[in-house]
Design a protein around this ligand. Structure first.
Ligand SMILES: [Ca+2]
Ligand SMILES: [Ca+2]
Ligand SMILES: [Ca+2]
Ligand SMILES: [Ca+2]
Length: 368
């Protein structure tokens, strides 16, 4: 068997040596042509008449290649046997060509035939992911860079040469840097600081356009979640609160509430209220750390003091704070009802102590 193979190989070599290549012809066709499309007139191209093709039993030898191209002996032309997908045949290799032989017998002749498959722009750019997400702190500094993955285009040449755009450009601009290996690093660069309190979610559109004719495009959505930092202190909704209470107000009565808000989120916005006053007032009043309610915790004695000043502080968990005052909590020592003869309404009469001035004042009418 081995000797037969050796003889066969030797015989083939001798045939090839004796009947060397008579000629060479090249054709170029675009990929994706329908089956049966004309590649070229090989009869004219090689100066072979149709009778010779027939008598020589002309045939196309494709070697290892699938038979993408066939011979019509009657017309002397080469035709496509099926659609040729350049990307499947050659991937990124250029040029992409089929190397065939036209073989004739009686006498044996052999012609090289090259069919170059020209790329068409039949692939749009494609991004590796359906969407891109980032979580970026609002403390990120201008110039901070965030890597983006390039799109892929299966075509070659200008049909796969991609340019990119990013919109909107309010906070980020696109940066493309060529590398020594021919790749390009694509990044979005922060050009205006983020503010979570102003905008927590950003949505950008990255577009890739190839250089084909017509151009094909692809887009990918970039979602940016802006992460909070504690850059806002609590703020009281009033600088000054006022309150009054009767002398015999029972313990645990809520006399008023203070309230602060914090524009941050999470623990950066959790507010705790404190009394920052000094002295006796701390024995008489307390502030609920969570609700901001000012609660009487002792007995208010008009004889001892007619006013108190409370200082309240609101602090977030990051240590930022604000303060407010209750510059007086006026105690009134008595109240009585008096009937208005004209209107028949009852009038509440209060004895109020405001700062150092004792005044008597009628309250608004109380209708019973
Ligand atoms: Ca393309
Ligand atoms: Ca292509
Ligand atoms: Ca805060
Ligand atoms: Ca914040």
């Amino acid at each position: 068997m081995a000797s037969f193979v050796m003889w066969h190989a030797t015989a083939l070599f001798m045939i090839l040596f004796r009947y060397s290549v008579r000629g060479h012809i090249s054709y170029s066709i675009p990929e994706e042509m329908p089956k049966g499309s004309i590649v070229g007139n090989i009869s004219q191209g090689l100066g072979l008449d149709l009778k010779r093709l027939k008598s020589g039993k002309a045939r196309i030898f494709a070697g290892d290649n699938t038979e993408f191209v066939g011979l019509n002996k009657e017309r002397g032309i080469l035709l496509t046997e099926e659609k040729i997908d350049r990307e499947a045949l050659c991937a990124k290799t250029t040029p992409c060509a089929l190397h065939l032989q036209l073989i004739l017998e009686n006498p044996m002749e052999w012609y090289d035939v090259t069919v170059e498959i020209i790329d068409i722009n039949d692939n749009a750019p494609s991004f590796p992911k359906g969407e891109i997400t980032f979580e970026i702190s609002e403390s990120a500094v201008i110039g901070a860079r965030f890597m983006l993955e390039n799109a892929i285009d299966l075509d070659v040449g200008s049909n796969s040469h991609l340019s990119y755009s990013l919109k909107p450009t309010d906070n980020f601009v696109l940066s493309l840097q060529s590398q020594t290996d021919g790749d390009r690093n694509m990044e979005m660069v922060l050009q205006k600081v983020l503010d979570r309190e102003n905008k927590e979610q950003l949505s950008l559109l990255l577009t890739a356009v190839d250089g084909g004719e017509p151009q094909l495009t692809s887009t990918v959505r970039i979602h940016v979640t802006v992460l909070d930092i504690n850059d806002n202190p609590p703020v009281f909704n009033q600088r000054v609160y006022k309150a009054t209470l009767p002398e015999n107000t029972p313990k645990d009565t809520v006399i008023t509430s203070v309230s602060a808000s914090d524009a941050d989120e999470g623990s950066n916005a959790i507010i705790t209220y404190y009394m920052s006053s000094t002295g006796d007032v701390n024995d008489l009043f307390m502030v609920d750390a969570r609700s901001g309610k000012i609660i009487l915790k002792g007995s208010a004695d008009f004889e001892k003091a007619s006013r108190y000043q409370l200082n309240i502080q609101a602090r977030d968990q990051g240590g930022l704070s604000d303060s407010c005052k209750l510059p007086w909590v006026a105690l009134y020592s008595y109240a009585c009802l008096k009937r208005d003869l004209k209107t028949s309404a009852y009038i509440v009469l209060l004895s109020l102590s405001v700062w150092n001035t004792e005044i008597r004042r009628s309250s608004q009418n109380v209708f019973l």
